[in-house]
Design a protein around this ligand. Structure first.
Ligand code: MN
Length: 257
């Protein structure tokens, strides 16, 4: 099942994408219970929004060996975590705004999990039962700021600018995260291509680790890390993150006014 958040006649709704491409608006948030309304609207009448409203976003850094190597870092033992503010989240087709004083800003294609039933101390062997579904993400990162922060063991501003967390286009609930293909195209040219088989810490391990210290909540967003091939973005670019079975998250890059 594909679940989305949509703009329809000036209002935001969670919604289901039906087989015929029409959209059924849902009542409330879907993460623990889908409440159907029977209110079906044409696919052409909606615009997709970020599939989670005001998400709490947790990211995992250095979670593919080849990307860690290209970053010149040691392979981490524990998952290296960071958070992105909800104001960073945007949906498909919304512009990534490049701040006027930014120098080196990179794309990072990622598989993203959305928590359904939350909890504490979730064991790895049942962790995937706590995932509502999956979407595509692009962990936009200002490398100049990030490198300065990282020297002091911190990752926030470099990954936290407004619009630096494109997510979408939809959440697929029927999806196996253990062998998913991820790719990123920049202006149509393939830049990243990998399988989640190469994750250092699997999604199940990440959910178990996170819930060991914090209560995971319905709608929490976990960005699982990016494979090798990251690169610099510029105004005028179009970035397409594709995960077969989920869809294509496509965002233009524009200079912030
Ligand atoms: Mn990342």
């Amino acid at each position: 099942m594909k679940v989305a958040r949509v703009r329809f006649e000036g209002e935001s709704h969670y919604a289901m994408v039906l087989e015929d491409g029409q959209i059924e608006l849902l009542d409330g948030a879907p993460f623990t219970q889908i409440r159907r309304t029977g209110r079906v609207v044409p696919g052409a009448s909606i615009r997709y929004l970020c599939p989670v409203e005001a998400p709490r976003i947790i990211g995992v850094a250095y979670n593919y060996r080849a990307h860690t190597a290209e970053s010149g870092k040691e392979q981490p033992v524990l998952p290296v975590l960071f958070m992105k503010p909800d104001t960073a989240a945007i949906g498909t087709d919304e512009p990534i705004l490049l701040p006027p004083d930014s120098e080196i800003v990179h794309f990072e294609a990622e598989l993203v999990a959305i928590i359904g039933t939350g909890g504490r101390r979730i064991p790895a062997d049942t962790a995937l039962d706590h995932v509502f579904g999956y979407t595509c993400g692009n962990d936009i990162s200002d490398r100049v700021i990030q490198r300065q922060e990282s020297r002091f063991g911190c990752l926030l501003a470099g990954k936290g600018f407004d619009t630096f967390a494109p997510l979408g286009p939809v959440i697929e609930t029927d999806f196996d995260p253990r062998d998913a293909q991820i790719s990123l195209r920049q202006n149509g040219i393939l830049r990243q291509s990998a399988s989640t088989r190469d994750l250092v810490h699997s999604l199940a391990e990440i959910v178990a680790y996170l819930s060991g210290f914090m209560t995971l909540k319905p709608g929490d967003v976990i960005m699982t890390g990016t494979p090798a091939g990251v690169g610099e973005i510029a105004p005028g670019d179009r970035l397409d993150v594709e995960i077969p079975g989920i869809g294509i998250l496509s965002n233009p890059v524009v200079a912030e006014a």
